[in-house]
Design a protein around this ligand. Structure first.
Ligand SMILES: C[S@@+](CC[C@H](N)C(=O)[O-])C[C@H]1O[C@@H](n2cnc3c(N)ncnc32)[C@H](O)[C@@H]1O
Length: 202
């Protein structure tokens, strides 16, 4: 039912219901990054923010937050959620592959990505990495959570290997770590094998 290739044709359709990644609270991994001080207050961008739970958490932690997502429904729901919680989050319907039309160079201290990179095709990956690099300040940090090749094949997005992550990002970033991690998911096994990547804009 939730085949990522089909969903990617129409993300808005996925948000007419509750897609499996939409767990209704921040992904625990990003909470830990804030608690551990790896993500500090500053200008933060959440790419592919979905219904905005991670971004709302960043705003509560003291970040000045901008979110983008292709899905109008997701952005509209995230706006309602932020307003309900009296939080100021800048939410924009936009394509991560065209951020050069939206943001100045070096606008952000941190970019977070919870489940976006693993939806990119082989052709899109280098464009994606260049776009993320462009919006980060020198020394800015990119934190990414993607399905890992340790997750059994089946429904969901492409599994990503460490070698693929290194190949995509080393031209633009110094990779600090690629750690075994997990996504919380609403359906099936609650824990889905993931890699957490920390990279610094070179
Ligand atoms: C797997 S979901 C993750 C959503 C959210 N980050 C979360 O953790 O709940 C991937 C999100 O990326 C968005 N997306 C897909 N392609 C995109 C693109 N080219 N630019 C911006 N957002 C995109 C989808 O609409 C979807 O909300």
């Amino acid at each position: 039912m939730f085949n990522c290739e089909e969903i990617s044709l129409n993300w808005d359709e996925a948000y007419k219901g509750t897609p499996p990644w939409d767990v209704g609270h921040p992904q625990p991994v990003f909470e830990t990054l804030i608690e551990d001080g790896e993500i500090k207050p500053g200008r933060a961008l959440d790419i592919g923010c979905g219904r905005g739970e991670n971004a709302i958490m960043l705003a509560i932690s003291g970040c000045d937050v901008t979110d983008i997502d292709l899905a109008e429904v997701a952005i509209s729901d995230a706006k309602a959620k932020a307003a309900e919680r009296h939080l100021n989050v800048n939410l924009i319907v936009a394509d991560v592959l065209r951020m050069d039309q939206l943001f100045m160079e070096a606008e952000f201290d941190v970019v977070i990505d919870s489940g976006l990179f693993h939806t990119m095709t082989d052709e899109e990956r280098p464009i994606f990495a260049r776009q993320v690099h462009r919006v980060l300040k020198p020394g800015g940090k990119y934190f990414m959570l993607c399905f890992s090749d340790k997750e059994p094949e089946g429904l969901g997005p492409r599994r990503v290997s460490k070698a693929e992550i290194e190949h995509t990002f080393t031209p633009f970033f110094n990779i600090v770590y690629i750690k075994d991690s997990a996504f919380e998911s609403k359906f099936g096994s609650c824990r889905r094998e993931a890699y957490l990547v920390s990279a610094v804009r070179s």
